[in-house]
Ligand binder design. Structure first.
Ligand code: PA5
Ligand code: NI
Length: 189
């Protein structure tokens, strides 16, 4: 490990495997519905949701502080609330890793949904989430969580410390597929 990579002491953290609650987290990031306006197909519907519900939380991330450096593994809990915007299931913004050659593993702890993944060449695949199912997102694949259930979708994520988050390309490109409620079932269109 180089001097620029912070050395930290070993530590442990309690995670409730049923609810995903992380005890004594250091960092908390909440994403409000208003910041999701550019992401949904039905812009009027997400604007209405923001206004009628007072800009509620859309999703949250809880984590311990781990250096953003090669050699480390960042660990976080991602919690995406349930709901729909014009029939499209609630989702996260989604991102590529800034260092494209970095993967991520998602272990679903609660709820149901999908991890939607795409490459810059336009390949798009999705893997189901249900409690106890691990989804592996290989290097170079952008990823977005989708909650198709009625309770929060909670995942435990691990990814390299130096991966970084590139949101800009997804704002520009979007994903080739969206997930809608069609007669009570998720459909990718
Ligand atoms: O590391 C990840 O990929 C996740 O923890 C996400 O950051 C989390 O689900 C929030 O999504 P996003 O980063 O796309 O806003
Ligand atoms: Ni990621």
């Amino acid at each position: 490990m180089t001097d620029t990579q912070k050395r930290i002491e070993p530590f442990g953290v309690e995670i409730d495997l049923l609810t995903g609650a992380m005890k004594d987290f250091d960092n908390y990031k909440k994403t409000m519905a208003s910041t999701m306006i550019p992401y949904y197909a039905d812009t009027d519907a997400i604007r209405d949701l923001v206004e009628s519900q007072g800009n509620p939380i859309h999703y949250e991330v809880f984590e311990k502080t781990i250096p953003e450096a090669a050699g480390h593994i960042r660990v976080c809990i991602s919690k995406l609330l349930p709901g729909k915007v014009g029939g499209e299931f609630f989702m996260t913004k989604g991102h590529y890793h800034t260092v494209l050659e970095t993967a991520e593993s998602y272990l679903c702890l609660a709820g149901e949904g999908f991890l939607l993944m795409k490459t810059s060449e336009g390949r798009c695949l999705w893997e189901p989430f249900r409690p106890g199912r691990l989804v592996y997102c290989p290097p170079s694949w952008a990823h977005r969580s989708i909650n198709t259930g009625s309770v929060p979708l909670v995942s435990l994520c691990h990814y390299p410390g130096d991966a970084g988050h590139n949101y800009g390309d997804i704002v520009e490109e979007g994903f080739p597929k969206r997930c809608f409620d069609r007669g009570g079932k998720p459909a990718f269109e």
